[in-house]
Write a protein that binds this ligand. Structure first.
Ligand code: KG4
Ligand code: ZN
Length: 363
């Protein structure tokens, strides 16, 4: 198990890991409370996730204060649950990793404060993990996962980025969204169609019944050089198309919505594909890693794997539960950093805004 991850840990430590380490991972950056336990020798020992989707659904999006309060309620019971299920006692732990940013300030503080207090009480280091580095490394949790260097497409609710990942912590930004993130565009388009929150999976499900030939949405910023993205125009296009479909009472039929959902999804997927192709050409690398909530999208996974595969590019993506927010990716990122000698300070600090390119290799 964990072939690639173990190889990476072996490389990082210079020879081999003499004593395996157990790291508890805590994720609370948004609306998911995630806890996991990662063992550098044995892989993932357990994980638990509590999704606040129902809590926020009434409001059509995440309410930050409610998110923070719910993390307070869920976090410690989840930690207990993971340790009990894995039959690991607290004195066997070697560190606690937590998401320090980017994300919602209050939500991050719950995870940071709890993780640091636990680590202090247990006498082990606490490690601040960058949420997007967690996403980026998640595909390495899978058996046969990729090795550095690779190109990473990170597509989540808050970010859309293409990076050249050279080694742990050495990430060069190739391009990013100048406005909405891909996941945000999915969420906003879904809201317009009355599909509720979170929008990505609902648009994807509806698109299955849609006619791909009926509407053609633009592929933004693909007609000019560069690797940046823009998704806010697609939202407007979506709104106008829905308005054209509406009857005299403003009602859009389910069939029309499905066709719009399909056209919207195709446009996002094609745009991401075109930019990924360009990134592979520009870097000359042969491996693409896709991660973040939107990478759970089946059409995106299939189209990238098929199209880039024909050009000799290996495409890696994690299983769906590691695409969206989870504790496993944070435990894993913390484990890699601790194994590589990352220092652990005592400050309880979060960074709601934190460019991934500011990270440095742990040594
Ligand atoms: O990574 P993530 O769980 O949280 C953030 O860090 O933002 O990503 C959540 C985003 C949401 O915008 C959600 O609509 C989108 O990922 N998403 C999807 C799919 N599943 C989740 N978008 C398109 N297709 C999906 N199947
Ligand atoms: Zn995320």
């Amino acid at each position: 198990m964990q072939i690639s991850a173990t190889r990476l840990l072996v490389n990082l430590s210079g020879s081999s890991i003499l004593a395996a380490m157990k790291i508890l991972g805590i994720e609370t950056s948004c609306d998911e409370t995630g806890v996991a336990l990662y063992d550098t020798g044995r892989g993932l020992l357990g994980q638990a996730l509590y999704s606040q989707v129902d809590l926020h659904a009434t409001y059509g999006g995440v309410v930050p204060e409610l998110a923070s309060r719910d993390h307070v309620r869920r976090l410690l019971p989840l930690v207990q649950e993971v340790l009990d299920a894995a039959d690991v006692s607290t004195d066997q732990l070697d560190g606690v990793a937590y998401t320090a940013g980017p994300g919602l300030a209050g939500a991050l503080l719950v995870g940071a404060g709890t993780a640091r207090a636990l680590a202090y009480g247990w006498g082990v280091p606490a490690l601040a993990v960058h949420h997007m580095e967690g996403h980026l490394l998640a595909p390495l949790l899978e058996e046969g996962g990729p090795d550095f260097p690779f190109v990473a497409l990170l597509v989540s609710g808050g970010h859309t980025m293409l990076l050249e990942a050279r080694s742990l912590g050495d990430y060069r930004l190739l391009g990013e969204s100048v406005d909405d993130a891909a996941g945000e565009a999915f969420d906003k388009a879904a809201k317009m169609m009355g599909l509720g929150y979170p929008g990505g999976p609902r648009i994807a499900a509806l698109a299955e019944q849609g006619d791909p030939a009926r509407f053609r949405f633009p592929r933004p910023m693909t007609d000019r050089p560069g690797l940046d993205f823009s998704f806010s125009g697609l939202k407007t296009f979506c709104m106008n198309t829905l308005r054209d479909c509406a009857d005299a009472d403003g009602v859009v039929s389910d069939g029309d919505k499905a066709d719009v959902a399909r056209a919207f999804e195709e446009a996002v997927v094609d745009t991401l594909l075109i930019k990924c192709r360009r990134a592979m050409d520009e870097t000359g690398l042969d491996t693409l890693v896709m991660a973040g909530g939107v990478s759970a999208n089946r059409r995106l996974r299939a189209k990238l794997a098929d199209s880039l595969g024909k050009r000799g590019v290996r495409v890696h993506y994690p299983r769906p539960e590691y695409c969206t927010d989870n504790g496993a990716m944070i435990a894993f990122a913390g484990a890699l950093r601790l194994a590589a000698g990352a220092p652990a300070d005592l400050a309880i600090q979060v960074r709601p805004r934190w460019p991934l390119s500011e990270l440095a290799p742990p040594a």
